[in-house]
Ligand binder design. Structure first.
Ligand code: ATP
Ligand code: MG
Length: 322
C-alpha cells in the first residue's frame, strides 16, 4: 500500500469562545490517486474538516487537538505563512459556490494566470498559453474569449470549471472539493463530476470529495468516511458502504436516499435532528435517533471497531444488526 499523502490523526476542532467541540477524534488517511468521499447530514462538520486541513479555519473556530500531515510533513506546527505556501503549492480546494471564491472584478483568465506566475514562476506569456490550454482541458468552449470574461458573465457550470482550473493550476497533489456540484443543475453536475474524475486519474490526485449525495459517492469514490455530529461513524470502501453498511446511521442515510431518478438535492431527513454544538449527548451522538440504541450507547462515545479490512464503525452493536 502506498504511503498516505494526507494523514489526519485525532483531530478536534472547537468553538474558540466556549470550547464546545465541533469535530472530535477524526482520523483519516488518503493515498495518492485515491478518492475519499466524506458524507453526512448538514452540520456534521464536513466543511470544518476541510477548512482545518487547508489551514483556513475562521477565527471563531480553533483546532484544539490532533495532527495533520501532508506528504509526511506536519502542517499544524507550520507558521500561517508556511501553511499558506503549502496550500498554494500542494493542496487546493474548490467550493460549492464558485462565485464566492472568485474575484468578481478580475477577468477569470487573469485569476488563473496569477496562480501560474506566482506559484509556478511562469512569465506572463507562458501563463497565458498555459491558461488557454487548461481552459481547453476543462472543456471551456472558446477559451480565448472566456479568459477575458468576468465571473458574472459565465454560467454556474463554467464558473465551476474556472475554479477547477485555478485549483489545478499550481499542480497540487491534494484536491479538496466541498460540495462542488450541489449548486448546479443535474446535467451540469454530471459533467463536472466526470471532469473531476478524469482529472483526478490523469494527475494521480488525492481527492477528498465532500458531498450529501450518495449517488456521487457511488460514482466516483474509492472509500467513504461517514461523519455524524463531528465524529466518524463509519469508514469503508465505497462498495461496502452500500452493500454492508455497519453503522445504524449509515443505514439510515441509505434508507433516506432520494430515488436516483428524482432531484438530487439534500438528503431526505432522518427522523430527529443532528444535536447542536455545545449540546451533544454524552454517549454515542446518534443514540437519541437510533432504533438500535442500548444502555451503553448512552454513557460513552463508542470507539471505532474494525468489521473487515479497511472497514470500521463506531458502534457497540457492530455485527449484531443483522
Ligand atoms: N464560523 C463558525 N462559527 C460557529 N460555528 C460554526 C462555524 N462554522 C461552522 N460552525 C458549526 O460547526 C458545525 C459544522 O459545520 P459545517 O459547516 O462543517 O457542517 P457541514 O457538514 O459542512 O454542513 P453542510 O452540509 O450544511 O455544508 C455546525 O454546527 C456549524 O454551525
Ligand atoms: Mg459544508
Amino acid at each position: 500500500m502506498p504511503a498516505p499523502l494526507l494523514r489526519v490523526d485525532g483531530l478536534e476542532v472547537a468553538l474558540a469562545s466556549t470550547g464546545a467541540t465541533i469535530i472530535e477524534e477524526v482520523s483519516l488517511s488518503l493515498e495518492p490517486g485515491e478518492t475519499l468521499g466524506v458524507v453526512g447530514e448538514s452540520g456534521s462538520g464536513k466543511s470544518v474538516l476541510a477548512l482545518t486541513v487547508m489551514g483556513l479555519l475562521p477565527r471563531a473556530l480553533a483546532r484544539t487537538r490532533g495532527n495533520i500531515q501532508l506528504g509526511g510533513d506536519e502542517l499544524t506546527t507550520l507558521s500561517p505563512d508556511a501553511w499558506r505556501d503549502r496550500r498554494g503549492r500542494d493542496m487546493a480546494m474548490i467550493f460549492q459556490e464558485p462565485m464566492t471564491a472568485l474575484n468578481p472584478v478580475m477577468r477569470v483568465g487573469h485569476q488563473v494566470e496569477e496562480v501560474l506566475m506566482n506559484r509556478r514562476g511562469m512569465s506572463a506569456g507562458d501563463a497565458r498559453r498555459r491558461a488557454t490550454a487548461l481552459f481547453e482541458r476543462v472543456e471551456i468552449p472558446e477559451p480565448a474569449r472566456r479568459l477575458a470574461a468576468f465571473p458574472h458573465e459565465l454560467s454556474g457550470g463554467m464558473r465551476q470549471r474556472v475554479m477547477i482550473t485555478i485549483a489545478l493550476a499550481a499542480e497540487p497533489r491534494l484536491l479538496i472539493a466541498d460540495e462542488p456540484t450541489t449548486a448546479l443543475d443535474v446535467t451540469i453536475q454530471a459533467q463536472i463530476l466526470d471532469l473531476l474524475r478524469d482529472l483526478q486519474k490523469e494527475r494521480g490526485l488525492a481527492l477528498l470529495l465532500i458531498t450529501h449525495d450518495l449517488g456521487v459517492i457511488a460514482e466516483i469514490t474509492d472509500r467513504v468516511l461517514v461523519l455524524y455530529a463531528g465524529r466518524v461513524a463509519e469508514v469503508a470502501p465505497a462498495r461496502l458502504i452500500f452493500d454492508a453498511p455497519a453503522h445504524p446511521y449509515t443505514r439510515a442515510l441509505l434508507a433516506s436516499r432520494p430515488a436516483l431518478t428524482g432531484p438530487r438535492d439534500r438528503l431526505v431527513s432522518i427522523e430527529g435532528a443532528v444535536p447542536s454544538v455545545g449540546a451533544m449527548p454524552p454517549g454515542c451522538r446518534f443514540a437519541p435517533r437510533c432504533s438500535f440504541a442500548i444502555g451503553p450507547c448512552m454513557t460513552a462515545p463508542p470507539a471505532l471497531i474494525a468489521c473487515a479490512e479497511r472497514h470500521a464503525a463506531a458502534c457497540v452493536r457492530v455485527g449484531e444488526l443483522g
